[in-house]
Design a binder for this molecule. Structure first.
Ligand SMILES: [Zn+2]
Length: 226
């Protein structure tokens, strides 16, 4: 259990550093050429923004750490494991999660009768930057983490290192695909330019396209890519 908790902690530190860097880079003159154009600004007050950010961070942390502790020995196991198995298993779980999230986002969050209750909150951000990845309704946060744990359970039980790797890929990716900019070629984060462009298109150009979050694979497969 301690290895998993340490990996979750390290990922949260990485998230914090990445959030700071992306917030700085989005405003920095040297990266201005890659910044996506502004759309209609959000009407959210500072107080509401802080409340939603706090709820997203608190809920995510509680759910992930709570699951890591409560499901130890059932969903998460420890002990000796071949070095190649956790990364391979983690990739399979992330592929299942990406498909499950695609379906959740397309058919539940964007369902015309349900959209206004939950996911509309996140779409108030027409031209998001990294901090806006936290601007989500609490129900959306709960369903997102439940989808991640569900995908893990489908292929579980998993070694604690496996889930540590899953969380390491999943969590910063939510910041990166909302970064609201592309980086110049050669910058390490330029690797994610395509994902950031795709997700920005979902917010700004067509909310009925580009539903997936980790890859563009399922949008291409189901014809919903911009
Ligand atoms: Zn959406």
């Amino acid at each position: 259990m301690w290895i998993l908790l340490a990996m979750i902690g390290a990922t949260l530190v990485l998230d914090g550093l990445l959030l700071r860097y992306l917030t700085w880079a989005h405003a920095a003159e040297r990266y201005a050429a890659g910044r996506f154009p502004d759309a209609r600004p959000s009407r959210a007050t500072r107080g509401r923004t802080l409340r939603l950010h706090g709820a997203t961070m608190g809920l995510s942390l509680t759910l992930i750490v709570g699951a890591a502790v409560a499901l130890q020995g059932r969903l998460f196991v420890d002990g000796p494991v071949a070095w190649w198995w956790p990364p391979l298993h983690a990739l399979a779980i992330l592929a299942v999660y990406d498909l499950a999230y695609y379906a959740l986002h397309r058919f539940v969050f964007h369902h015309k009768k349900l959209m206004r209750y939950v996911h509309r909150t996140h779409h108030e951000k027409r031209s998001p930057s990294a901090p806006d990845s936290l601007f989500v309704h609490p129900v959306e946060t709960i369903l997102g983490v439940a989808t991640l744990l569900g995908a893990t359970a489908l292929l579980g039980p998993v070694h604690e290192i496996t889930f540590g790797l899953v969380f390491l890929a999943y969590s910063p990716m939510n910041l990166v695909n909302h970064m609201g900019m592309t980086f110049p070629r050669g910058h390490p984060l330029a690797l994610f330019n395509g994902l950031a462009t795709a997700h920005h298109g979902h917010h700004r150009l067509d909310v009925n396209k580009n539903f997936a979050t980790l890859t563009t694979l399922y949008d291409r497969a189901f014809g919903t890519n911009l």
